[in-house]
Design a protein around this ligand. Sequence first.
Ligand code: WT7
Length: 693
Amino acid sequence: MAAKHKTSLWHLLCRAGVSYRQGSCYSSRYVAVPKVLQGQGQSSRVPRRDTHTLRPDVGASYRELYDTSVQDPDTFWGSIARDRLLWSKAFTQVQNCDITQGRISWFLGGQLNVSENCLDLHARRNADRVALIWERDEPGTELNITYGELLETTCRLANTLKRYGVQKGDRVAIYMPVSPMAVAAMLACARIGAVHTVVFAGFSAEALSGRIQDAQCKAVITCNQGVRGGRVIELKKTVDVAVKTCPTVRQVFVAQRTDTRVPMGRLDVQLEEEMAKESPECKPVPLDSEDMLFMLYTSGSTGKPKGIVHTQAGYLLYAALTHQYVFNYQQGDVFGCVADIGWVTGHSYVVYGPLCNGATTVLFESTPIYPDPGRYWETVQRLRINQFYGAPTAIRLLLKYGEDWVNKYDRSSLKTLGSVGEPINHEAWEWFYNVVGEGKCPLVDTWWQTETGGICISPRPSEEGAEILPAMAMRPFFGVQPALMDEEGNTLAGNDVNGALCLSQPWPGMARTIYGDHQRFVDAYFKPYPGHYFTGDGAYRSKEGYYQITGRMDDVINISGHRLGTAEIEDALDEHPDVPETAVVGIPHDLKGEAAFAFVVLKDNVSLSHSNIHKELKALVSSKIAKYAVPDDFLIVKRLPKTRSGKIMRRVLRKIAMDQTGDLGDVTTLDDPSVITEIVDVYNQYKSLSPKS
Ligand code: WT7
């Protein structure tokens, strides 16, 4: 039975185009599949009013493959991992997971090198194939970097790191703009077994140093300056401040993004100069499947960001497979994910997924409105982008500028559109689909998280005849088994139900731990619903059995697709000497998706006319976290609504901040309900003074 199953799965996967590393299946992906998928399949898409049918794929049906992936994950993932990845040593066990303990291991006994899979493998076949198109801030100044060039840059950088004493297992912080050097830095770490932690270049010095300290980084890689939207960003200056409080940092490697010379100190090393001295070759170190590849800090419901850990083989495989299947990526396509490499989307769909698949991937350094709101579509036209993957917040912004900015440019290269990071509202979905894609390109709303490593729920355009409903993530990816839970922790059966979204089975891309705090990992994700991974999101399973994400169930908010704990903002505000207490809530916002609204209590002796308080609070958040984290509104109140046990009732504050004071819900557990009238009065006064109302 097992053998028969294996054979048939092998064929199913081959026919579906999954296989390409070895032998006979190679041609099925490069020859047979593309023929059907390019061109003539297009006419069979039947756009209905709100249901968009995809062209049929060849090969096994999604159902067949999906069923195998969840019923027999060892066969499914074992077979794909052997086939898709280049191993230095074959694995002996597909998985050894016990999610009640938060223990997740895949491909045990196996060894491989991620940078070899992402670079050498493709450079060996064709060193001149373009790996990266660096779409620099100034339109029309893009640079192509081939696999051969990226490999050489990565090797030189890896050799430099080694010469300065960076070893396997050491952590390296990367604080850089979206650039080939940043990608090379990530891959150089991967090549020598160092662990990178990319910190979004918009984070403040304090946020950067907190992450460097937590990860105990030995080195930092940065640039003299960044350039974004025509403005210069002083990255090196920020790093200088950050590393003052980071005793573990031995070197700061500084690459040159601009011609400006910045002051170099005791720790600083000019990166390009050192790289020029190095050999263009560096042997990739074979690493165990479960060695750490990177960590990436993300927000939870406490004030302290968590260092989410991903490991080698499982992460890479999952990023590559989802990249191919969700976007229907075909060899030769130009893949355009406009996310920053500082977020997980940039890791999985700018760098690791596309490069593992030998794709040409775009590095977008600019903003959606620089120099004008046509930037994305002008870039699509100039680079002939085939898959465009972006965030709803940008789409909402652009649709306000009108269709002319889109129609001006030729978008005929586009085949798939993708959305990520936050719920996409219907208006934005329809505009993206109809205006940008002219109703011709499937638009996939992809749900996932830093913790999941890759896309978990998405309509999947490569699925045979699949319908896509607007603004819905719809179907689980291979190996992902969603479950919805009720308040008592029971699994909800049937359709047309709402609950806490859990994933009931381990998959190779899932996070392995929180750096330095495995207990927090277990408590946050595996304790709430024993035997399941809890996502923190709520979801609805429709009558048809499709999933729709309804939003976070914890105190995490999503500002312009950037995840933030309200507790982080509160901690920053609480540092003000005149502020004993604050409560921050997220409220809906037209462009940002959500915005932070802060309720602030001042010390008794501080007069309200103290005019600088708002300014000071804004500056605090901006310096402790980042500019995007600064609340839009501050309401100075005498006290906060608390339950008898002392818990702040944020639910009520949220209603007030949303101007829904008529329906505050159950407030019987409040210690003193009169606080509500007090706050509502202040709110009404604030509203009447505010220019927005
Ligand atoms: C949180 C994860 C996924 C990579 C970028 C963000 C929200 C993400 C969707 C979507 C509705 C979404 C969830 C999730 N989210 N994608 N398609 N529909 N919500 O990664 O920073 O780890 O944030 O973003 O709330 O839990 P992240």
